[in-house]
Design a protein. Structure first.
Length: 50
């Protein structure tokens, strides 16, 4: 969320649009691995090997 707000409204505004989808369901989410934030912004998140 922080990345989207910064890109839309920060000092270097980009012509992008972010939206948030929310659901009211519980899903088990693994902990985010160290260093994964940059990959998430690029659209990459390796959950497991194999």
């Amino acid at each position: 969320m922080h990345d989207g707000l910064e890109r839309m409204y920060g000092e270097k505004q980009e012509n992008v649009y972010y939206y948030i989808t929310t659901l009211n369901e519980n899903y088990h989410m693994p902990a985010m691995p160290a260093g994964a934030e940059e990959g998430i912004r690029k659209g990459i998140y390796k959950l497991e090997t194999g």
